[in-house]
Design a protein around this ligand. Sequence first.
Ligand SMILES: Cc1cc2nc3c(=O)[nH]c(=O)nc-3n(C[C@H](O)[C@H](O)[C@H](O)COP(=O)(O)OP(=O)(O)OC[C@H]3O[C@@H](n4cnc5c(N)ncnc54)[C@H](O)[C@@H]3O)c2cc1C
Length: 458
Amino acid sequence: MSTTSTLDRSAIADLSARFTGALLLPGDSGYDEARRIHNGLIDKHPALIARCLGTADVVDAVKFATAHGLEIAVRGGGHNVAGKAVCDNGLMIDLSRMKGIHVDPERRTVRAQGGVTWREFNRATQLHGLASTGGVISTTGIGGLTLGGGLGWLMGMHGLALDNLLSAELVTASGDVVRASEKDNADLFWAVRGAGANFGVASWLEYRLHPVGPVTSGLVAHPFAQAREVWQFFREFTTSLPDEVSAFAGLLCAPDGSGTRLAAIIACHAGPLAEGEAALRPLKQFGSPVLDVIQPTTYEATNMMLDGAFPVGALNYWKSSFLGELSDAAIDTMITRFGTSPSAMSSLLVEHVHGAVTRVGVSETAFPHRREGYNFLVVSEWDNPGDNARNIAWARASYDAMQPHYGPGRYVNYLEKDETGDAVRAAYGPNYDRLRSLKSRYDPGNVFHLNQNIPPGS
Ligand SMILES: Cc1cc2nc3c(=O)[nH]c(=O)nc-3n(C[C@H](O)[C@H](O)[C@H](O)COP(=O)(O)OP(=O)(O)OC[C@H]3O[C@@H](n4cnc5c(N)ncnc54)[C@H](O)[C@@H]3O)c2cc1C
């Protein structure tokens, strides 16, 4: 493996002569800013950062890395908590300046470059009253989120982000540019929808769009002492939801910095406002909320309403698994664990999955989790590096305490850096073996391995 000290300077000069973006070496102005990602716990130093502006830059970067024996990390939005977007001593292919977005309002499609975030995506598509399922937070990248799944406010109506993917332009391990769609390289397209980071760099992604907005969305919060009743009500509320509603439950602290613990339900109805008002009315009428901000609003505002809880650079350690069921015992365990949380920035979340997501077959895409149910997520977030050990230990202990309540599946986009092997297998379930064999075909040397890795194999 090459490192900065052994990297051939004349080779970098050759690359630089034709590169449109920027090549950043340690010590260069902008290098430290470029190597930083969302999770402040990740502090890695690539030998070279290739800040690409287009597909040709990505091709040159992949070829340069393979020619010089450099590991490749690919940065989309940089949100992956496991820190897969950056590496030590390798080549970081940084897509964060690739911001092209072309909306076709007639065909209701959009093509967006791999460095776009959901905020940018929504801004461009909402000009035409259109949207596609994106993440719950607007600062997440479309790249990693779509290639691994994509749970969001529109999923009940329109499926996961990856269910709306029409095609991807991929730079493969050999540096070729290929199109993956139902018609072109269909097996690659299957793999890209759930395990995309293993198969290449998606320089462009094309999505189906839907008319969306205005919407009804927001949050109701109750005192922590009522958490059990609130979450039992959430379970009942989510048993018969129309596709238009997506709803999550959270044990979290008030955003005013007081550290007051709350039990919240956060929901979005993406259909007509009158229907939204009726569908979300039970949330407003249950108990005596201390906070109720459910109201008609825009889809863009909905996608940004929780951004403040996830500041860039905060320290993060997450754990997650799909639940077998949201039983009273599971609820009680979450409440007990949240009562011991050492940080007012942390939360325990349950994401309800239903509707269009569950009408796709388990093996229609590489993403197999198509059963109606709940995903449990420990968001351990804090801001003082001196508290690292305490907050990581809390996340692990909370995750372990919930073991009796897990189903078999894990969501690949939430896996932590210390979760490999069995965890990745659980993320792909019955699709894992087919993915291994496709990996052998498209990336036999495992060039793209700084991800939730699927090793080549038959
Ligand atoms: C605050 C926060 C909120 C989140 N909310 C949601 C949510 O609502 N729904 C949800 O489903 N998930 C959510 N996630 C998880 C999210 O899906 C993953 O973190 C995802 O990996 C982020 O994608 P990214 O492009 O921002 O990240 P990155 O860290 O840049 O990339 C993640 C992985 O994808 C690869 N990758 C990224 N872009 C490309 C590309 N263009 N081509 C090839 N590989 C690429 C990277 O190499 C890496 O392996 C959230 C995460 C955070 C931190």
